[in-house]
Design a protein around this ligand. Structure first.
Ligand code: PRX
Length: 648
C-alpha cells in the first residue's frame, strides 16, 4: 500500500456530485452537509434522537445518552426489537410484497424472499430456537455459507433476544472452538455444506471437528444446502427443515432494552486472541439504519448489493440490519466473483438490474487484473451508486471502478469504519460531497473524528497522526466480551478521553481524511483483519517452529500480503516442503485467508536489547526495500544481514 499512500499526496482530481443525484438525495449540497455536520457536533444527541425516532420502539427512551467514559448507554430506558424493525414494520404497506432478499447460489440456483416471506421464515426459525431451549440472552453461534438461512438465523436470534455470534464460513474448526469457548454458546446453527469456486465446502464437518469432545454444545441445527451426506449425531444434531415441521409461524418479537446485546463478532487485534466485539440493540440499529439511508441514499426501487459475507461486520451492518431496517431489496450471492468466469458480478448486476454495488478494493483490483473485457460484456447501466469498504482504495482502482463500472456516472462512497464502530463513521454523501479518489472524505453527522499526536493534541492539516473519535456514537462497541480490561487498554488508553481506532491518517487542506493504514500489529489482507500475533501463534503451534515474526508487505491485489519469518527448532531443516507444511498448518488453525504468502527461515530474529522483535526492519526486508533507519539497538546485526541475504 506504500505506493498508494504516496500517490495520496498528489491527488488533485475532484468529482462533484451530479445535479441529478443531488436533486434526489437526502442531503443536497456540500454547504448543507457542512451546516448540518457542524450543528450535529454541537448537539450529537439531538441528531441521533431524531434518527432514532425513525425506528419502531415498544417503549420510548427516557435519556438519549449516558456517557461515563469509556462506557456509553444509548436510548436509555427504551425498548425495541431489531427483527421487528427489519421486518414487521414493513408488513403494513406495499413493502409487504416487495423482495427483501434476492439470493443467487454459486451453481446458479436462485431464490427470492419478500418481506412477508422473510418475516415468516424468521418467525419459524425463532420458534425452532425456542423449541431447542434457546432463551433471551443466550449466545448462538452461526457458521454458515452465504445462503438466506444465514440471515434468517441472525434475525431469528434477534427476534427472541438471543445473541448471535457469526463465524465466517471460511474459518477453521479451531476458530469455531475458540469462539464457542469465549462466547459460551451452547447451540450452533450451520449447514451441511456450501459452494465455493465450484467446490463443495464441508461446513458441517468443520463443526463436527470443533465439537469433538465438547459437552457444552447441546444442539446443532443444520440447514440443508446440498445433497452430500453428513454425519448427524443423534441427541445433538437436528435438521432445520425437519424442525420447521414442529413449530408454528407465529412468533411475536420480544421487546428488549436498548442496551440488550444484539451480537458478538470476533475480530483480530494485536494479541493472539481474537476479541469478541459486543454490540447492543438500540444504538446499533439507529447507527446502521441512519448511515445506510444517508450514504446509500436508498430509494424504494433500488436493488442494493453488498458483496460482503455475513461473517464480517459489513455483512451484519450493511447486508442485514441497515438495509432491511430501511425496507430495501438486498441482493445476496453465495460464491466467488470469478466463478465460473471472472464476470460473475457483472452478469448478476445485468440480470438483476442492481442499482447500488458495495464492495471491497481488493475485489476491484482483482477485476482490474482480469481485464476490461469482462465488465464490457455486460449492461451495467442500472447502477447508480458505488461503494467501497475494508481498506484504503488506491486512486488507480478508484478511477477504474468509476470509469469501467460506474461509467463515470456513479458516485463512489468510500466508507471508513470498523467492526468496533458498528456503522460507517467517515464517508461522502452522494448528493453533497465532492469526491477525491482515495479518500473516505469527511465524518458522518454526529461523528467527531480527529488526527492527533501521541499526546492527544490535534494536528494541523497535512500532518499524519492517530485517527481518534472524540465523542461517543450510538453504534460503538460496548465492550470486549468478557474482557473489560482489554477494552479499556485497546481503545481508551492510547489517547486520553478519545476512542483510538488503531489507524494512522492525515487530513488534506480541505480537511478530508486519508487513511494510511493500521499503526498497531494488525494486518489488513484483502480487506480482512489479521493479527500478526494470531498468525505467529499458529505458526509456533507447528512442531518444527521455535519462533516466528509475521509482517505485511504491499500486495497488488490484496493490499497486504503475509510474510512470516520462522526460526526452526533444533533437528529441523529449512525446506520448501516444510514451508508448505507450515502454510497449511496456519490455514488449518485460522483459515485460508491467514495462510502466509511466504515463509522465510532465519537463524534468529532481529531484536532490540529489550527483546522486542524489530518489525520495522522485517517489513523492509519483506518488501524488498533497502534497510534504512537506526539499527544501533540491534542485538545481533549479523542476523539482519543474513535475513536480508536470504531474501535476495
Ligand atoms: O484500517 C481500517 C480499514 O479496516 C479497518 C477495520 O477493519 P474491520 O473491523 O475488519 O472492518 C472492515 C469493514 C468495515 C480499519 O481500522 N478500513 C476499513 N474501511 C476503510 C479502511 N481503511 C481505509 N479506507 C476505508 N474505507
Amino acid at each position: 500500500m506504500a505506493k498508494n499512500t504516496e500517490s495520496h499526496q498528489e491527488e488533485t482530481r475532484v468529482f462533484k456530485p451530479s445535479k441529478e443525484i443531488a436533486r434526489e438525495a437526502e442531503v443536497k449540497s456540500f454547504a448543507e452537509y457542512k451546516k448540518l455536520h457542524a450543528k450535529s457536533l454541537k448537539n450529537p444527541e439531538k441528531f441521533w434522537a431524531r434518527e432514532a425516532s425513525n425506528l419502531v420502539w415498544s417503549k420510548k427512551w427516557k435519556k438519549v445518552l449516558n456517557w461515563k467514559l469509556p462506557y456509553a448507554e444509548w436510548f436509555v430506558g427504551g425498548q425495541l426489537n431489531a427483527s421487528e424493525n427489519c421486518l414487521d414494520r414493513h408488513l403494513d404497506g406495499p413493502r409487504r410484497n416487495k423482495a427483501a432478499i434476492i439470493w443467487e447460489g454459486e451453481p446458479g440456483d436462485k431464490m427470492t424472499l419478500t418481506y412477508q416471506q422473510l418475516h415468516r421464515e424468521v418467525c419459524v426459525f425463532a420458534n425452532i430456537l425456542k423449541r431447542n431451549g434457546v432463551k433471551k440472552g443466550d449466545r448462538v453461534l452461526i457458521y454458515m455459507p452465504l445462503i438466506p438461512e444465514a440471515v434468517i438465523a441472525m434475525l431469528g436470534c434477534a427476534r427472541i433476544g438471543a445473541v448471535h455470534t457469526v463465524v465466517f464460513g471460511g474459518f477453521s474448526s479451531d476458530s469455531i472452538k475458540d469462539r464457542l469457548a469465549d462466547s459460551g454458546a451452547k447451540i450452533v446453527v450451520t449447514a451441511d455444506a456450501g459452494y465455493r469456486r465450484g467446490q463443495i465446502v464441508t461446513i458441517k464437518q468443520n463443526v463436527d471437528h470443533a465439537l469433538a469432545g465438547s459437552t457444552e454444545v447441546k444442539r446443532v441445527i443444520v440447514a440443508k444446502r446440498t445433497d452430500i451426506e453428513v454425519n448427524i449425531q443423534e441427541d445433538r444434531d437436528v435438521w432445520w427443515h425437519q424442525e420447521a415441521q414442529y413449530v408454528s409461524a407465529d412468533c411475536p418479537a420480544v421487546p428488549v432494552d436498548s442496551e440488550h446485546p444484539l451480537f458478538i463478532l470476533y475480530t483480530s487485534g494485536s494479541t493472539g486472541k481474537p476479541k469478541g466485539i459486543l454490540h447492543t440493540t438500540g444504538g446499533y440499529m439507529v447507527g446502521t439504519a441512519a448511515t445506510s439511508r444517508y450514504i446509500f441514499d436508498f430509494k424504494e426501487n433500488d436493488i442494493y448489493w453488498c458483496t460482503a459475507d455475513v461473517g464480517w461486520i459489513t455483512g451484519h451492518s450493511y447486508l442485514v440490519y441497515g438495509p432491511l431496517a430501511n425496507g430495501t431489496t438486498c441482493m445476496l450471492y453465495e460464491g466467488a466473483p470469478n466463478w465460473p468466469e471472472p464476470d460473475r458480478f457483472w452478469k448478476i448486476i445485468a440480470e438483476q438490474r442492481v442499482t447500488i454495488l458495495y464492495t471491497a478494493p481488493t475485489a476491484i483490483r482483482a477485476f482490474m487484473k482480469w481485464g476490461d473485457d469482462w465488465p464490457k460484456k455486460h449492461d451495467l447501466s442500472s447502477l447508480r451508486l458505488l461503494g467501497s469498504v475494508g481498506e484504503p482504495i488506491n486512486p488507480e482502482a478508484w478511477m477504474w471502478y468509476h470509469k469501467m463500472i460506474g461509467a463515470g456516472r456513479c458516485p463512489i462512497m468510500d466508507t471508513w469504519w470498523q467492526t468496533e464502530t458498528g456503522a460507517i463513521l467517515i464517508s461522502p454523501l452522494p448528493g453533497a460531497t465532492p469526491l477525491k479518489p482515495g479518500t473516505a472524505t469527511l465524518p458522518f453527522f454526529g461523528v467527531d473524528a480527529a488526527i492527533v499526536d501521541d499526546k492527544g493534541k490535534e494536528l494541523p492539516h497535512g500532518e499524519s497522526g492517530k485517527l481518534v473519535i472524540r465523542k461517543p456514537w450510538p453504534s460503538m462497541l460496548r465492550t470486549i466480551y468478557g474482557d473489560k480490561a482489554r477494552y479499556i487498554k485497546t481503545y481508551w488508553s492510547e489517547v486520553k478521553g478519545c476512542y483510538f481506532t488503531g489507524d494512522g491518517a492525515r487530513r488534506d487542506k480541505d480537511g478530508y481524511f486519508w487513511i494510511v493504514g493500521r499503526i498497531d500489529d494488525v494486518l489488513n489482507v484483502a480487506g480482512h483483519r489479521l493479527g500478526t500475533a494470531e498468525v505467529e501463534s499458529a505458526i509456533v503451534g507447528h512442531d518444527s517452529a521455535a519462533e516466528a515474526a509475521v509482517v505485511g508487505r504491499p500486495d497488488e491485489i490484496k493490499g497486504q500480503g503475509v510474510v512470516a519469518f520462522v526460526v526452526l527448532k533444533e533437528g529441523h531443516a529449512a525446506s520448501k516442503e516444510l514451508a508448505e507444511k507450515i502454510r497449511s498448518h496456519v490455514a488449518k488453525a485460522i483459515g485460508p485467508i491467514a495462510k502466509p504468502d511466504e515463509i522465510r527461515f532465519a537463524e534468529a530474529l532481529p531484536k532490540t536489547r529489550s527483546g522486542k522483535i524489530m518489525r520495522r526492519l522485517l517489513k523492509q526486508i519483506a518488501a524488498g526495500v533497502q534497510i534504512t533507519g537506526d539499527t544501533t539497538t540491534l542485538e545481533d546485526l549479523s542476523v539482519l544481514t543474513r535475513l536480508s541475504k536470504n531474501g535476495e
